[in-house]
Ligand binder design. Structure first.
Ligand SMILES: CC(=O)N[C@H](C=O)[C@@H](O)[C@H](O)[C@H](O)COP(=O)(O)O
Length: 228
């Protein structure tokens, strides 16, 4: 049976509210404010990184929070919710759904995707698998992911590298899979979000274009410099 959270997310905007330690807006209080702004705008969900951000947003916002923990490991390129430890921390933080790396790359400490998904399901939460290719989307569905998101297209060395969002992947995955396909990654314009829905996306995640002011400002600065 489909998890009830999906009814809430359907055809809506999920705002990714993330600021890493080295970013100017880092801190849970700031991310709560971002989540509040997203809520006021009519967003249907939040994607957030780190147990403290997830916990505080859940305490102060009625929106479901798709939680992830980014952590770098020496023995693996996987950094989005790589192991059981990150999953445990997100569950303690009351995440509504868990986003994890859904690629087939080897994970730290020999954890595998199928076991990690089963571990999350045993604790009653749905899983969003972040993928970068159609093959990964199909594999993630096969091993039990509740939805896939195109988060990692352009961020694995073997996936399509382009400036625009990977709407072709959205379309192919939406046709091939029977679970929801979420469009995520480099969506900067409202029109691109609409195109993603037309391509078959179940919902759309937008991050940087809404919640990373240093990147938004940089686009203006670069355009102005080019002109001058
Ligand atoms: C590749 C990776 O690690 N993506 C991360 C995943 O959570 C975030 O840094 C992105 O902001 C998020 O995916 C939303 O994408 P965009 O910010 O392009 O709208």
């Amino acid at each position: 049976m489909t998890h009830p959270i999906f009814t809430q997310l359907h055809k809506g905007l999920i705002v990714s509210c993330q600021a890493l330690e080295e970013e100017p807006l880092h801190g849970a209080e700031m991310m709560v404010k971002m989540a509040k702004a997203a809520e006021a705008a009519g967003a249907v969900g939040i994607r957030a990184n780190g147990a403290s951000d997830v916990r505080m947003i859940r305490e102060q916002s009625p929106l479901p929070v798709i939680g992830l923990i980014k952590r770098n490991y020496a023995d693996s390129p996987v950094y989005i919710t790589a192991t059981q430890q990150e999953v445990d921390d997100l569950i303690s933080a009351n995440a509504s759904m868990i986003a994890l790396d859904g690629t087939r790359r080897s994970r730290p400490g020999g954890t595998n995707l199928e076991e990690l998904i089963a571990y999350i399901h045993a604790r009653g939460l749905p899983v969003m698998a972040d993928i970068s290719t159609l093959e990964e989307a199909q594999y993630a569905e096969q091993v039990g992911a509740d939805c896939v998101s195109t988060t990692l297209s352009g961020y694995t060395p073997y996936s399509l590298q382009q400036e625009a969002p990977d709407l072709a992947l959205v379309q192919q995955a939406a046709q091939a899979l029977s679970i929801p396909v979420i469009a995520e990654g480099r969506i900067w314009q409202p029109e691109q979000a609409v195109e993603a829905l037309k391509a078959g996306a179940y919902a759309v995640v937008v991050g940087s274009a809404i919640t990373r002011p240093q990147l938004i400002a940089e686009r203006y600065v670069q355009a102005i410099r080019k002109f001058g």
